[in-house]
Design a protein. Structure first.
Length: 132
């Protein structure tokens, strides 16, 4: 299963999406290497805002263990560019779409717009939602 940062973050810190994201943990996740940068950036924002009690470096090491399959973004870039042009969407997100298409794996995300685009490309989507 391809996962994006909206799924990875709730695996690492408690968010309203954590229960739904944790349900996907038994699966073997794969992601573009961009996931590491996106996740570190979000963790830094969380730490600055209100969660100063966790170590970002150690948390990122844990993520690398949880997601052993990272694919080099450069391998996905040509396809991602075409998808971004076709969909009028961000190249970052299109890396996830390109990987899902190349590997014929479903995409897990909390991003509703990305999920809609994925479905138009016949990518199976696991849309996680926040607990109310």
């Amino acid at each position: 299963m391809i996962i994006d940062a909206s799924v990875a973050i709730p695996w690492l810190i408690e968010t309203p999406f954590s229960p739904a994201a944790r349900a996907l943990r038994p699966l073997t996740p794969t992601a573009p290497s961009l996931l590491m940068l996106e996740t570190a950036n979000v963790l830094l924002k969380y730490q600055r805002q209100s969660h100063p009690t966790f170590d970002i470096v150690e948390t990122m090491k844990l993520l690398r263990v949880i997601i052993p399959n990272l694919v080099d973004d450069q391998l996905l870039l040509p396809s991602a560019i075409k998808l971004a042009e076709q969909a009028g969407h961000k190249i970052y997100d299109c890396l996830y779409l390109a990987l899902a298409l190349q590997t014929a794996q479903p995409l897990a995300t909390a991003d509703k717009r990305l999920a809609v685009i994925a479905e138009t490309l016949s990518i199976k989507v696991h849309l996680i939602e926040a607990n109310a």
